[in-house]
Design a protein around this ligand. Structure first.
Ligand SMILES: [Zn+2]
Length: 267
């Protein structure tokens, strides 16, 4: 590259970076994303990094394998939009999602890929140690119940090491457990094109506590042949919009409070 071209390019980059930095203060309508940022744009910003954590696991005959990742990713994006609008001084950054988790209970159903709790825990610890070199705070925003044990252990260790990491889950009050009314409604709201409505079937709606011994011994297949815990036949996009809004509200409140329990979970 000739000297004159090089200096033109670097002038252009400086201008771009300045424009982007000033955009942070203009309450942008879209969140900043780790994946499409440059390293230079992040220098001297100390952002709070929000990392969606999902799974790749069966969700009955009607929902895609990435249901949990989709929900965690969409909630994280909406949370960052809200937080950015409310607090123009804090830099919020959306990370690419972690798409695989601990889904051993769904083994046996084609498409499920589970790395298990020990591997996920180690992954989260090393992720946190690396990201904490430049991010001031780190939040794992979880979409899958099976990941909780790894999240709690990893985040507790990161905090013990004086890294400001925390986690929280997308929660729906009174929701059913898996691929039922709750998740099907949220997907009908977020991405109806991926819901196979013609294949919606009722699953096992018994309380989780009652199913637990069988679930522990034989996984989801032992209690529901179709892989559903709950009833997706009642799902609607309107219900999904309400559930999604509740999830976002809850996460915004807990992230704003930034009070973690001994497991590193934001309360
Ligand atoms: Zn799910």
């Amino acid at each position: 590259m000739s000297k004159s071209v090089e200096s033109r390019v670097s002038v252009g980059r400086t201008t771009d970076a300045r424009q982007l930095n000033s955009a942070y203060h203009r309450r942008v309508a879209f969140p900043s994303e780790l994946g499409n940022s440059t390293s230079r744009q992040l220098s001297d910003t100390s952002p709070t990094l929000i990392v969606p954590v999902g799974s790749t696991e069966q969700h009955g005959p009607h929902l895609p394998l990435d249901t949990d990742t989709r929900i965690a990713g969409a909630v994280a994006r909406a949370v960052i939009e809200r937080l950015t609008a409310a607090d123009g001084d804090t830099r919020w950054l959306l990370a690419p999602p972690i798409c695989y988790g601990a889904s051993g209970e769904h083994e046996g159903f084609p498409g499920t890929v589970s790395v298990g709790t020990p591997a996920l825990r180690l992954w989260l610890v090393e992720y946190g140690r690396s990201a904490a070199n430049w991010a001031s705070r780190l939040v794992f925003l979880n979409g899958h119940g099976g990941n909780v044990e790894a999240l709690a252990a990893a985040t507790a260790l990161l905090r013990y090491e004086n890294r400001d990491a925390a986690w929280l889950s997308c929660l729906a009050a009174g929701g059913d457990a898996h691929a039922g009314h709750t998740e099907t409604s949220v997907l009908l709201h977020l991405s109806p094109e991926v819901v196979s409505t013609e294949h919606v079937l009722p699953g096992n709606s018994a309380p989780l506590a009652e199913l637990m011994p069988q679930l522990r011994a034989g996984g989801v297949a032992a209690v529901s042949e179709v892989g559903i815990l709950g009833d997706p036949t009642t799902a609607t996009a309107a219900a999904g919009a309400r559930i999604f809004a509740d999830m976002v509200d809850d996460c915004v409140e807990r992230i704003t409070r930034w009070t973690a329990n001994r497991d590193g979970m934001l309360t």
